[in-house]
Design a protein around this ligand. Structure first.
Ligand SMILES: *[C@@H]1O[C@H](CO)[C@@H](O)[C@H](O)[C@H]1NC(C)=O
Ligand SMILES: *[C@@H]1O[C@H](CO)[C@@H](O)[C@H](O)[C@H]1NC(C)=O
Ligand SMILES: *[C@@H]1O[C@H](CO)[C@@H](O)[C@H](O)[C@H]1NC(C)=O
Ligand SMILES: *[C@@H]1O[C@H](CO)[C@@H](O)[C@H](O)[C@H]1NC(C)=O
Length: 482
């Protein structure tokens, strides 16, 4: 009966489309009817690359009832589409519906597109989450020393891959995982929502990510990445639901994202202690623009704490935070090695914060006990300017490492309105060096005021990053029926 209706409906659609085409054909002379293709679904979107082949997930046996597992359907659809990788690439369209699925992997020259009413629902059946090895730059999983569950949407060693949609949803159904984590019942590290490893030319855009089991978006050992127009929502008390974590990545731009989460909204990373030092892959050339963050127990932008491969050349601008623990936070420790240098931040607007600026040299949290106590991080060239904040408990808490001061700190044109219940001493500074200009309330003596003529002294690079030259193309999806 159902099949009959489907066939019947499809016939009706084809009939309607044929009538339309007849009308079009009558108005155009010389069109060869043999080449006419009928079109039922068609839309445009912006992509780093467009695809020659379009396929709807329903044509691969996908069932959007919220109950039937689609893991195998995704896997087989994508593996069949890999034959188009060298023939213009393929785009897989996920229509409106609730698509229950476990982890599946992407391929090169491929676009996954979610309709605005499509919801990918993460399965709670652990057998649908294959376990993979810990990241080499971490040496172990973040939750558990053994392996880690593969992310919901995973990819490794890819080039030219897009996950996008018309603000379609990926729902991690994380409560199940958070509970297991709190009860210390997990044998492996929780999965992320989207992880791409060792990949180049990545676009993740125009999606809503809900209730991730752990981190939301994790590009790692990758380059040339655009993350744009992503809404990330998770309870502010949920464990480790970081928003976007570029990790040992080069040339990345994160733009127009709105994040409410239980951990750092953006956390820039590059590996952990001796494993990160040995792997030696920094995060560099990163732009963060027009980010809005709500995270009462974490940072708007965190650098670290895993930064052992180094973090260099980060530019953040037009950052808004509401009821967030800190604005920018640098987290590191003895044993991390690596560096955080050439960090540029301008135009932050902050409401209700505990600390506007926070640097922590004794973060601890080691992968194991084998870290090198002589591996000291180098923190230098940290520039913050044009910041307005209100209802702040403490302006700054800047704590370097005793035989390893954090240097070249520049803070200018900053106005911090203190909360009624603010701490008496708005700044605490130890083992740091640098300067300030035009900062209220009056900063600590380790950051002497250079006078208002130095108000533009803190650097921000004029020229863009290479990723800014990458223009998105106007792509079309159109499903051809015959
Ligand atoms: C992916 O690339 C990395 C780095 O080039 C390499 O070490 C690894 O073996 C590759 N993995 C696969 C599955 O090809
Ligand atoms: C996307 O959906 C989320 C959740 O419903 C909503 O808050 C957000 O405003 C939407 N974004 C766009 C660009 O439509
Ligand atoms: C100081 O910061 C404010 C707020 O961001 C900005 O409007 C103003 O132009 C800045 N002043 C200078 C001299 O850059
Ligand atoms: C100021 O911050 C406190 C928490 O520190 C909050 O309870 C209060 O609502 C905030 N006030 C305003 C005006 O935002």
């Amino acid at each position: 009966m159902e099949l009959f209706w489907k066939t019947h409906m499809r016939f009706q659609v084809i009939k309607a489309v044929c009538v339309l085409f007849l009308v079009v054909l009558l108005g155009q002379e010389g069109v060869e009817s043999r080449n006419v293709k009928t079109v039922t679904t068609s839309f445009e979107y912006s992509g780093i690359n467009c695809r020659a082949h379009s396929v709807s997930f329903t044509d691969f046996g996908g069932v959007g009832d919220g109950k039937t597992s689609n893991t195998k359907a995704f896997q087989s659809a994508i593996s069949r589409l890999s034959e188009y990788a060298s023939d213009g690439g393929a785009q897989l369209y996920v229509p409106a519906g609730k698509w229950l699925t476990g982890s599946f992997s992407l391929i090169s020259h491929f676009t996954l597109y979610l309709h605005k009413d499509a919801v990918l629902l993460a399965s709670q059946d652990m057998s649908e989450w294959p376990v993979i090895k810990p990241l080499p730059s971490y040496g172990r999983g973040r939750d558990a020393a053994a392996g880690r569950y593969t992310s919901l949407i995973f990819g490794t060693n890819l080039t030219d891959v897009i996950v996008t949609g018309d603000n379609g949803t990926i729902d991690g159904q994380g409560a199940f995982w958070w509970q297991q984590f709190h009860r210390k019942k997990l044998k492996y590290t929780r999965p992320y929502l989207i992880e791409l490893m060792f990949s180049d030319n990545i676009q993740i855009s125009d999606l809503t990510l809900l209730n991730s089991p752990s981190w939301n978006v994790h590009p790692v050992y990758s380059s040339n990445i655009i993350v744009k127009g992503i809404t990330i929502l998770a309870p502010v008390t949920s464990p480790n639901t970081d928003g976007i974590n570029p990790d040992s990545c080069t040339n990345t731009r994160i733009e127009d994202c709105y994040i409410v989460s239980g951990d750092d909204c953006v956390a820039v990373k590059s590996g952990w202690d001796e494993y990160g030092i040995a792997f030696g892959m920094p995060t560099k050339q990163l732009a963060i623009r027009r980010l809005t963050c709500i995270s009462p127990f974490s940072a708007t932008i965190a650098l670290g704490s895993e930064m052992s491969g180094g973090i260099q050349d980060v530019r953040a601008e037009d950052i808004t935070a509401i009821h967030t623990e800190s604005g920018v936070r640098i987290k590191t420790a003895v044993g991390r090695g690596g560096y955080v240098k050439d960090i540029f931040v301008k135009r932050m607007t902050l409401h209700t914060m505990k600390w506007v600026f926070w640097m922590t040299g004794n973060y601890g949290s080691h992968a194991d006990t084998h870290y090198d106590p002589n591996a000291l991080p180098e923190i230098s060239g940290i520039n913050y300017r044009d910041v307005v904040a209100d209802n702040v408990t403490m302006a700054a808490r800047l704590e370097g490492i005793s035989n390893d001061p954090f240097t070249g700190i520049c803070i200018a044109n900053v106005t911090i309105g203190m909360a009624a219940k603010a701490k008496k001493q708005p700044w605490t500074c130890t083992d740091i060096a640098g300067m300030t200009s035009g900062v209220t309330p009056s900063p600590c003596t380790l950051l002497p005021d250079q006078g208002v003529e130095k108000i533009t002294a803190c650097d921000f690079p004029q020229e863009g990053l290479p990723i800014d030259n990458l223009e998105l193309k106007k792509c079309t999806y159109s499903l051809k029926l015959f």
